[in-house]
Design a protein around this ligand. Structure first.
Ligand SMILES: Cc1cc2nc3c(=O)[nH]c(=O)nc-3n(C[C@H](O)[C@H](O)[C@H](O)COP(=O)(O)OP(=O)(O)OC[C@H]3O[C@@H](n4cnc5c(N)ncnc54)[C@H](O)[C@@H]3O)c2cc1C
Length: 436
């Protein structure tokens, strides 16, 4: 996998044989060659009930870790790190594959030295160093080579839905992967960004790409709600700047700044092929707590057992949640990945462009204002991705931001009710109020 100047990974396939490409296609989560999420989950959890949005599930919960040291370090309730820590301590696995920050060499060029990578943690202490959500591109090849060189060991993996799907597909083809990978922990996912997202946030607080040495995308603030978190960027001189996301351009996830193109062709929001899926409880009654709360979907018996014993021992403060409420906590994600995906597929088909086979069928049910909003948002994603390469090279995000502000303004205009509609509404209200 090559780390490209625009801040994303691309596969290096020039020297690959036809046979290698055919194998890779069966593992790539965005290729139509292998089984889809339904087929994988049907095979893994045939006895579990199926929900149209969250897929197969045994039980769903909302809550946080009560045991000290997890929630405060975590993005939300700290459950992801807690589950992984239990697997290590109980001896289920020898290590946990997850994303860790990289200590950048002082002279390193930001263009080709990523800030995060997949690594293996073998202790709870190591694991805790990777806490938080890293909205940054990563790839699995290096860590896979590492674990395959140690036959007999077993690993848990924490990853986004498409990575878990890739691992499941790979395990079907390669028995070494099937025996090395144990429990899978999926993070609920809105979309993944290019590296330019981190650099643009840091640039807005005066830290240029080459001076950025670390970033925390989910610095918790003491005031409610949990959605009002901050970003903390550390420069090469060690100085750390914390800035609420509400003060930074590019914070709106719906607008999709720097969203990877593949994410526009994904229909798995929660990680339907994982043994457990964990996300943020963006739900009334929970989102008000700035300390952070998780939603979780358990599928395997071991994950149900860990949650039940965590609850009975008082180490977890969780309670049952309905599958519908888990889906409601990700309403925006499902609108984009299911309803709006129909339209993207239909448009791509009309233009003769290749798209992967999805569980969602192409359709043109979205029209009018919503369709225009989606169009301008796709432009935002595409333009920020393309112009990101130039901004990374120059270390200057000003022209990208100026152009993005114009697109944001266009989105605002689309959302604004038209004068004609306002007059019609006013006339209707007059008629309603007139004596009969
Ligand atoms: C790109 C991205 C998009 C997301 N979108 C949504 C969303 O739309 N809705 C939602 O509810 N939740 C989303 N999440 C998940 C959410 O941000 C939290 O990660 C989740 O709620 C777990 O919180 P926690 O406190 O339990 O995790 P923690 O205890 O902080 O542990 C997080 C663990 O995840 C690992 N990790 C972090 N980033 C990555 C990554 N990119 N790939 C693999 N492992 C990683 C860390 O190494 C750490 O081990 C997203 C996460 C990411 C990375």
């Amino acid at each position: 996998m090559r780390f490209e100047p625009d801040g994303r990974y691309l596969p290096d396939i020039d020297a690959a044989s036809e046979a290698d490409l055919a194998l890779a296609s069966r593992a790539c989560p965005f290729s139509s060659a292998g089984p889809d999420e339904d087929a994988i989950a049907d095979r893994l959890y045939p006895e579990l009930q199926k929900h149209p949005a969250i897929g197969r599930h045994a039980s769903c919960y909302v809550g946080h870790v009560a045991e000290a040291g997890f929630r405060d370090r975590g993005s939300s309730g700290g459950l992801t790190s807690w589950i992984a820590a239990r697997l290590l301590e109980d001896g289920d696995v020898d290590g946990v594959i997850h994303v860790q920050p990289v200590a950048r060499d002082p002279g390193a060029n930001a263009i080709d030295s990523p800030l995060f990578h997949f690594a293996v943690s073998r202790s709870v202490e190591q694991l805790s160093k990777g806490s938080k959500s890293h909205y940054y591109p990563v790839e699995l090849s290096a860590v896979l080579s590492q674990i395959l060189s140690r036959p007999g060991e077993r690993f848990a993996i924490i990853a986004l839905p498409c990575f878990i799907k890739a691992i499941r597909r790979l395990a079907l083809q390669d028995p070494r992967v099937a025996s090395a990978i144990g429990p899978t922990i999926g993070l609920v996912c809105g979309h993944l960004k290019t590296a330019a997202f981190a650099e643009m946030l840091a640039w807005q607080v005066g830290i240029g790409p080459d001076s950025l040495s670390a970033i925390d995308f989910r610095h918790k603030l003491p005031e409610p709600p949990a959605t009002s978190y901050a970003m903390a960027a550390t420069g090469r001189n060690g100085e750390r700047t914390v800035r609420p996301m509400s003060k930074l351009a590019g914070r709106d996830w719906g607008q999709g700044w720097f969203r990877l193109n593949a994410c526009s062709y994904c229909d798995d929001v929660v990680g339907e092929t994982a043994d457990i899926s964990i996300g943020d409880a963006w739900l009334p009654g929970w989102v008000e707590d700035p300390a952070g709360t998780n939603v979780t979907i358990a599928r395997s018996a071991r994950m149900q057992e860990l949650l039940a014993t965590g609850l009975s021992s008082g180490r977890l403060a969780v309670q049952d949640l309905s599958a519908d409420d888990v889906a409601n906590s990700q309403a925006g994600g499902f609108r984009y990945r299911r309803d709006a995906l129909e339209l993207r597929l239909a448009e791509a088909k009309d233009k003769g462009r290749w798209v992967p086979k999805k569980r969602v069928k192409p359709a043109r049910r979205i029209t009018g204002q919503r369709k225009r909003t989606l169009e301008v948002r796709e432009q935002m994603a595409r333009f920020s991705r393309e112009a990101g390469a130039q901004a990374r090279q120059s270390g200057d995000f000003s022209s990208l931001l100026a152009r993005m502000q114009k697109l944001v303004e266009r989105e605002r205009q689309i959302a604004r009710p038209k004068l004609r509609h306002k007059v019609m509404r006013w006339l209707r209200s007059l008629r309603a109020g007139a004596p009969q």
